[in-house]
Design a protein around this ligand. Sequence first.
Ligand code: F6R
Length: 610
Amino acid sequence: MCGIVGYVGGRQAVPILYQGLSDLEYRGYDSCGIALLDGKGILTAKIAGRLSKLRELLKDLPPATTGIGHTRWATHGRPSQENAHPHVDCRHEIALVHNGIVENHRELREELISRGHTFTSETDTEVIVHLIEEAYDGDLASAVRKACRQLKGSFALAVISAKEPGRIVAFRQSSPLIVGLGEDEKILASDIPAVLSHTRKIAVLADGQCASITRYGLEVFDACGNLTDPDVRVVNADIDVAMKENFPHFMLKEIHEQPEALARVLSGRVKGGLPHFEPEEFRLSAEDVRKLQRIFIVACGTAYHASLTGKALFERLAGVSTEVDLASEFRYREPLVPSGSLVIAVSQSGETADTLAAMREARARGARVLAVTNSPVSSLAREAESVVYQRAGIEIAVASTKAYVTQVLCLALLAVHMGISTGHLALEEARKITSSLQKLPEQARKALKSEARVKEVASDVSRFEDVFFIGRGVDYHTAMEGQLKLKEISYIHAEAYAAGELKHGTLALIEQGTPVVAVLTDPSVAEKTASNVMEVKARGGRIISVTTPLTGGAFPPDPLDVEIQVPASYPLASPAVAVIPLQLLAYYAALQRGTDIDKPRNLAKSVTVE
Ligand code: F6R
């Protein structure tokens, strides 16, 4: 939930750390800081607030070629200078930054205080630096490993010691960490964007691994302290670069990237008119699929909304009973997982703590694991048996857009693929659906044409404090995603309802002029939704509808109503197209309200805490 960077090499560390932090600011942005080793000792600069505020302080730091930095999303202790990382030990000889949560920090803190340590922050993190201080006997890597053995929870750490200049020690447990391997420099980071401008060669640390990083060397130790070969990869240059280009916000840029992202999902994945997955993407044989008793999909937030559509796809196209769970609920509900089940974990980052835990829970109960993720270096990608990459390219804006549409399409391709194996889909039908799915990139491109119209509506919507979204079937899933987008970036209260459910209570909230966004793209239920729209209109609600040429005009228009048409796509995958005007609605409403669109308050891109 925080961003970590580290630099050791021949260049000045400060600008590289600063740039790295700004590339990772999407992970947390309520406080930040840097610690340097300048040959004489440790120097720190940290503040509550955004990185831009830190810039001033950095000017006063002396030159140094080793350092670590952190951008924080507060969990334990409010955002303040004292709670900002790096944290230092009692002797001011060790500095540390941390991403994750130390679950047993209270006990450890009491014990450390009783042994004479002085704490200067309210964080869970500070216990770690004092544990390392106690364990240090001249070898930082071994002290870090020793300290980590006492911790419960998730933690990615970067640590420096005044006694070991030119070295950074890193440890990873359930929070991501990579090391960029430059010619004569190393860049440690929580995520790829922070290393991309320096190198595309990276080592990915696995859980339990500790790395000792110097300008010319990288040593990786496994959980038992044995030296092990690092997992080195070269990052794809074409899709992993993230720059705002001419767009005012990453979110708008990413909305516009959706047609290309959808095309990338399909690239090489259709052969002979049917979905095709490489063996490492889908390790279940046709026989395995036929025997599948049940599919469980676990995900959070936007990925959960894509997964709801996944359920419709797997049940209708593959004929396999499918349950979708919010990952944070799944692990505590004692799920009945019949042997021979498949769990599909859907996660853009592949690092969401709840999704990882739910996936592990299902695996422990005997399920096979397939991941749909955007991150090839994530924990999810590493742990899953089969991995289908979303190929959305790096998504920087906290509000997810292109990750959502690529998740929907990945799940649709998987459903057709599995439907052929189960025999639920005849080949001819499977070919027809696949061909419809291949049209999604172009349909998304056309849906973007609604932008000017949506912008006008958004300026109206931005004046309201409550907005409702309705739809049926997959249109309801689109409505859910639309309301989440509006809430998270414009801070307007928004709620999505299954259209038929309104009359069971929510209609009481509809007043003269209340905006109600109605999604009607699925011809099989559009008329039913239209009846619910009429109920809203009868109570004064103002309708903003998203329709297609097949469903438009399903209810008599009112002068104040607005209809936004998107192309008619394959109905079960239509959220990938119908969501686009809703993403734009959220974007432009937020713009009107002057919020921080790419970094909305209280949120972070990658939620690595429970
Ligand atoms: C909303 C959003 C979040 C994420 C959720 C899961 O715009 O981005 O709701 O979808 O935190 O994240 P991943 O997909 O990384 O597991």
